[in-house]
Write a protein that binds this ligand. Structure first.
Ligand SMILES: *Cc1c(COP(=O)(O)O)cnc(C)c1O
Length: 392
């Protein structure tokens, strides 16, 4: 185990928790309060005049939520973190805070759909965007405009699992004073720390692996002190998408076992990708385990593990076959999201949206698979049975 991994392990457990102060409690207290009172007027003034630094009102800072923020900031090796009620709240608050009228956002490759849809909404404020699909980060250069303010990345992306060289993207952006943001939900802070590679802003949906049990929503932004403070001041305080103390506590509980869960799931995904590799019904498996050549080198340079969400491009003869396949699973559940205990299967093909899929560079026959924490053998059997129904 490397030194930094030991450090991460401690962060996931007890660091930033003042156990002694909390009369020995090993689980942090849930400060389920809307406001905090003060001993005297001077203390009150001190709090109310710098609300982002003091416990005044839970719409600002709350001690249970702050434990999670401090842990996530340190895990990402950033200066500061602010948590939100959901991943999309963190994303929209970040974009809303950082762009102004006349600015341009550059989305690179398969970005989480609602993030791009949010940029559509911002067109009414004269903010424009382009969504480019590129193979090499150096191509970003060709798409930068004089008004580009933000380059928004996702690597690996969570439909096609494209990988982009973060250092190269960050260097291009820095040389032109453009900010970079990345959605790091797939890799989690344990497997990829984009700030180390020069990216300015890291976003997370804590709903997925970090909380890890499909029982709460949450989001986070991590960056320099100044950038997070600005997002806190504008996007968080006016958007009001506050992470509640109980949800923060559930997320902290999830974080305790993140390393162990991901470790088990890594072994599962390796076995399952191995099993699917030569299946004649699959045209392509999209998962970083199967990267080759330069892409593999880039991946190994910036990412140090594999999580268990993947997609397969199937050889369905028609939509009915896709539907039959989706209906044939007994263990994998049909549903959105991922990162919890239960394995999930989904497709973005809703039968009437092929234009939208084409625009997003998503294949009609793409099936997304999330390998959860059930025993690997049970999952392999379920997949095998589903494929058997196909060949009938
Ligand atoms: C789920 C997800 C989000 C949005 O998070 P919510 O907590 O559902 O709002 C953002 N990015 C990625 C990659 C996601 O999978």
């Amino acid at each position: 185990m490397e030194q930094w991994q030991k450090e991460d392990s401690k962060i996931c457990l007890h660091s930033h928790e003042d156990i002694e102060e909390n009369i020995g409690a090993v689980a942090p207290p849930i400060f389920q309060t809307s406001l905090f009172s003060f001993k005297n007027w001077d203390k009150f003034l001190e709090g109310i005049t710098s609300e982002r630094e003091h416990y005044v009102y839970t719409r600002g800072v709350n001690p249970t939520v702050k434990i999670l923020e401090d842990k996530l900031a340190q895990l990402e090796r950033g200066e500061k973190c602010k948590c939100f009620a959901s991943g999309i709240a963190a994303i929209s608050a970040t974009i809303f805070t950082l762009v102004k009228k006349g600015d341009h956002i550059l989305f690179v490759n398969n970005i989480y759909g609602p993030a791009v849809s949010y940029a559509d909404v911002l067109e009414k404020f004269d903010v424009e965007y382009t969504n480019i699909f590129i193979d090499d980060a150096s191509e970003i250069e060709n798409h930068i405009k004089s008004n580009t303010r933000l380059i928004y990345l996702e690597s690996p992306s969570t439909m096609n699992f494209d990988v982009i060289d973060l250092r190269k993207a960050a260097d291009i952006a820095k040389s032109r004073n453009i900010l970079t943001a990345i959605d790091n939900t797939w890799a989690t802070p344990l497997y990829q720390k984009p700030i180390i590679h020069g990216i300015d802003i890291v976003l997370h949906s804590c709903t997925k692996f970090i909380a890890g049990h499909s029982d709460t929503l949450g989001g986070a932004v991590i960056s320099s002190y100044d950038i997070v403070d600005e997002i806190f001041k504008v996007g968080h305080q006016f958007g009001g998408a506050v992470l509640g103390p109980i949800d923060a506590w559930l997320t902290l509980r999830g974080l305790r076992t993140l390393r162990q869960r991901l470790g088990y799931q890594k072994t599962s995904v390796e076995k399952i990708v191995g099993m699917l590799k030569d299946n004649p019904k699959i045209n392509k498996i999209n998962h970083p385990l199967l990267l080759e050549g330069d892409k593999k080198k880039i991946y190994e340079k910036q990412t140090c593990g594999y999580t268990s969400l993947l997609s397969i491009d199937m050889d369905f003869k028609d939509y009915d076959e896709l539907r039959d396949f989706m209906n044939s699973f007994k263990v994998f559940k049909l549903g959105v999201s991922w990162g919890g205990f239960e394995s999930l299967i989904t497709s973005a093909n809703y039968n009437k949206n092929s234009e939208d899929l084409e625009e997003r560079h998503i294949s009609n026959n793409l099936i997304r698979i999330y390998i959860g924490l059930e025993d690997t053998e049970i999952l392999m059997e379920d997949l095998e049975n589903a494929f058997k129904t196909l060949s009938k």
